[in-house]
Design a protein around this ligand. Structure first.
Ligand SMILES: [Zn+2]
Length: 376
């Protein structure tokens, strides 16, 4: 992670690079900010900059010995602490998860606690930095540096730290080993021990500004100008949310395509093609199948209302736009008093069957045939 890979946040970057050039890097810093602002990305880029052997004006060089190791997050003087769960076998320490952590962060340093816990296969359990971690921290920092001037310890979500660990960390921050840099990356700094807070330099990282986020969505996610602008605005400068919006949109588009195909084939009563359609849907995961069925129920409702409120497209009851609206314009006349109840029942029943582990091949083939009977 270089500074140039952090989305936006130029002001913070220049503040940090200046502190290095002017040799007044505070040995303990808290990078705090809202979800999806890039605080972890920033901390890693900063650590890499400090450790770079051929620092450029505004970024690390990317090619020196240190940068090469940083790129894989495998520098011997770079240490990570982050919430994990206690599996009950052996000590609950971050090193047990370090490979998964590196892989996850390298994939993208923009994530939240839920994302990380899902990565390590945790459901319904809280991630913590356990008391057993304190010894690890002390051990790692009492080693002399291997290759860099600084040892860097990045602590992600210090607010999830066991009190005894926090107290030991406090001692280390108060009397730091030589050339050690603590970077605490926090989402809820008000939950950090006040005594730690008061000894750290506090760097507030704001939400990503709209222009920078829109630009990133355009270049990295292939959104067009308009969509990038809207997504950046709706997400409030939270990159995680922006990605969610994009994924939602993709899911919606895919559901719409499946819905249109089903309706066309049902209208033509093309049984072999309907069977093929149902096989395709049946091959997907259950959550996707449920999402498609809910989406279809919404579409049927909207089209029925559209058909019944006549050609008054200003009706506030209809919530369709873009391609959905374009399709509905032609399609709505097929959804009427004679078939709406039946269609509604068939899609709702299919939903319940899928939710209660019914055989998707049977459920979707049955649904497709029933729709063919109802649509005209
Ligand atoms: Zn370098």
């Amino acid at each position: 992670m270089k500074f140039e890979e952090v989305i936006g946040q130029e002001t913070i970057v220049s503040k940090l690079t200046r502190s290095v050039k002017e040799e007044r890097v505070s040995h303990a810093q808290i990078f705090a900010g809202p979800p999806g602002c890039g605080k972890l990305a920033m901390a890693i880029a900063f650590a890499r900059y400090i450790s770079c052997e051929n620092r450029q004006d505004n970024d690390s060089c990317g090619v020196c010995r240190s940068c090469v190791k940083y790129k894989k997050l495998m520098h011997p003087d770079l240490h990570f602490v982050f919430p994990i769960i206690n599996k009950g076998s052996g000590e609950a320490v971050c090193d047990n998860y370090i490979e998964q952590w590196r892989e996850f962060v390298n994939h993208s340093p923009y994530f939240n606690l839920n994302g990380w816990l899902a990565k390590i296969g945790v459901k319904n359990q809280q991630g913590l930095i356990y008391s057993s971690e304190a010894g690890e921290i002390i051990k790692k920092l009492s080693l002399k540096t291997y290759e860099s001037e600084y040892k860097v310890m990045i602590i992600w979500l210090p607010e999830r730290m066991h009190l005894s660990t926090a107290n030991k960390l406090l001692k280390m921050i108060e009397e730091p080993p030589d050339k050690t840099l603590f970077l605490l990356v926090s989402e809820k700094p008000d939950l950090i021990l006040p005594t730690i807070m008061s000894r750290c330099q506090f760097i507030r990282i704001p939400s990503i500004n709209r222009e920078a986020l829109a630009k990133h969505l355009k270049t990295e996610h292939g959104l067009d100008e308009k969509k990038a602008g809207i997504t950046a605005r709706l997400s409030g400068g939270n990159y995680l949310r922006a990605v969610e919006f994009i994924e939602d949109n993709e899911a919606r588009q895919s559901n719409l395509n499946d819905f249109i195909r089903l309706m066309r084939l049902a209208y033509k009563r093309d049984i072999p093609a309907l069977a093929e359609w149902s096989e395709e849907i049946a091959a997907r995961g259950r959550e996707l199948q449920k999402s498609f069925l809910s989406f279809s129920l919404d579409q049927l409702r909207e089209n029925y209302i559209l058909n019944n409120t006549g050609k008054d497209k200003s009706s506030e009851l209809v919530f369709l736009e873009g391609e959905e609206a374009a399709f509905a314009k032609k399609f709505n006349s097929f959804i009427n008093n004679k078939n709406i109840a039946g269609l509604n029942t068939e899609f709702s029943t299919a939903w319940s069957h899928i939710a209660s582990n019914g055989n998707p091949k049977i459920v979707f083939l049955d649904l497709a045939l029933k729709v063919a009977g109802l649509i005209r």
